[in-house]
Design a protein around this ligand. Structure first.
Ligand SMILES: C[S@@+](CC[C@H](N)C(=O)[O-])C[C@H]1O[C@@H](n2cnc3c(N)ncnc32)[C@H](O)[C@@H]1O
Length: 184
């Protein structure tokens, strides 16, 4: 799933992943990171998610990265919210303290998922903590994106670069999985 695929989806209005409210998983699980309001938070592949606004409301300085100009233009920018329009694989910021991933990892094809974790590991400072909302479903149940990314894969992606704690599993056939990660 390359950037042009996503830009086309935005242009066609095929943005079924977008929620009209803040993701309840973010509200429920963000506290598990144990970070303070002064922490700078990165949101890779952020779309036009209202989660960015919620994170700002918690006092964080938030940096969203998104390939689609249409998505970026739908969001307000402020002193606390900066948005970078471009390919996440060309972005880095070694000053962030935390990150939030909802529908970013699962939006990427298997080969890009490895690159995504390697890229995060290349610039995130040691001790940076991340909330990952992943998604699992039985093989063949649907065609991604979103892709099914099971716990074994998340752990393999983390390798020796990230500590990984599974916090919750929600649902039955389509399961949302919540992880707290830490760059080690
Ligand atoms: C499934 S959506 C999720 C958006 C957001 N996280 C949310 O929860 O609403 C994935 C987003 O990633 C963007 N995207 C995909 N590949 C990207 C890349 N390499 N760099 C930056 N953005 C990318 C797409 O344009 C799309 O908005």
């Amino acid at each position: 799933m390359q950037v042009n695929y996503w830009k086309q989806r935005w242009a066609d209005g095929r943005t079924g992943w977008h929620l009209s409210d803040v993701n309840p998983r973010l509200i429920e699980y963000w506290q598990h990171l144990g970070i303070d309001a002064a922490s700078r938070v990165l949101v890779p592949l952020c779309g036009k998610s209202l989660d960015l606004i919620w994170l700002v409301e918690q006092g964080h300085e938030v940096i969203g990265v998104e390939a689609s100009e249409m998505a970026i233009n739908a969001l307000p920018q402020s002193e606390k919210l900066s948005l970078h329009c471009g390919d996440f694989f060309e972005f880095s910021d070694p000053t962030v303290d935390a990150w939030y991933d909802r529908a970013a990892l699962v939006a990427l094809s298997p080969e890009l998922r490895g690159r995504y974790f390697a890229h995060l590991a290349s610039f995130l400072p040691h001790g940076a903590r991340g909330l990952l909302v992943s998604f699992e479903y039985p093989e063949g149940m649907r065609e991604g994106p979103p892709f099914s990314v099971v716990e074994d894969e998340v752990r393999a992606l983390c390798g020796d670069k990230f500590k990984c704690e599974l916090i919750d599993r929600l649902g039955s056939s389509e399961i949302e999985t919540i992880y707290v990660l830490e760059r080690i």
